[in-house]
Design a protein around this ligand. Structure first.
Ligand code: SF4
Ligand code: SF4
Length: 220
């Protein structure tokens, strides 16, 4: 019989949730999706607001080939935590697959638009303020304005050979690039492209229009 939050005092409730989350995570690591899903469901029956468990549940659905269920669970998380960009990326990754490889043209390290907290960085001063406040983007410097007047930024590290001299310790932003979020704005000549996953193509026509187009990212 499943339990409810009111069945527990606060201490035993948290302890029980931690046990369930541990068991669910172990099952997930072992690829036992059935058991993992059951454990995360148990947690959510007790505490529907446990968004980490809901994300884990969605991840299990995605891994088990149930994109609709995964997207539904991710959406529930975003309804309460709209700034969780990692969830948006997970949703996009369900329907777009990156193919190809980097041809080391260096284009995505130069003359880029940058965003911070979902807003485009519009000026050199704005970038300086973000950096001074510890908001990241430390590798970037202002590099003039594009033909449309938008501020462009170039990485301080990129060399004349187009190689990244800090490749082994480059930021996560660079490791992840290009994400599905910038699939329609790849640099000319970029060796990557995106293809729609078959399963997602069958079921996501309505979802596609409501997904975010941009999150914190180096962009173009
Ligand atoms: S634009 Fe594409 S191919 Fe060129 S460096 Fe960036 S990721 Fe690699
Ligand atoms: S850190 Fe390296 S990969 Fe990232 S933008 Fe700079 S040169 Fe490019």
């Amino acid at each position: 019989m499943s339990r409810k939050r009111t069945d527990f005092d606060l201490t035993s409730w948290r302890t029980w949730l931690n046990v369930l989350f541990y068991e669910g995570s172990r099952a997930r690591e072992a690829g036992d999706w059935e058991l993992a899903i059951r454990k995360f469901h148990e947690i959510l029956e007790i505490d529907p607001d446990d968004y980490l468990s809901r994300i884990a549940l969605a991840d299990c659905y995605a891994a088990r080939g149930q994109p609709n269920d995964a997207i539904a669970a991710y959406r529930q998380v975003l309804a309460h935590h709209p700034a969780l960009n990692v969830v948006k990326l997970k949703m996009l990754a369900l329907r777009w697959e990156r193919v190809g490889e980097c041809v080391r043209c260096g284009a995505c390290c130069r003359k880029m638009l940058l965003t911070h907290l979902n807003r485009r960085i519009a000026t050199a001063d704005e970038l300086a303020q973000i950096q001074a406040a510890g908001g990241g983007h430390d590798n970037w410097r202002f590099d003039g304005n594009g033909p449309d007047g938008k501020a462009l930024f170039t990485c301080r590290h990129i060399g004349p050979d187009n190689l990244c001299p800090i490749h082994s310790r480059r930021p996560q932003l660079c490791r992840d690039y290009p994400t599905p979020l910038v699939r329609s704005r790849l640099r000319p000549g970029c060796g990557y492209s995106f293809i729609k996953r078959t399963a997602a193509a069958q079921q996501d026509q309505d979802n596609a229009n409501t997904l975010p187009e941009r999150i914190d990212n180096k962009d173009m």
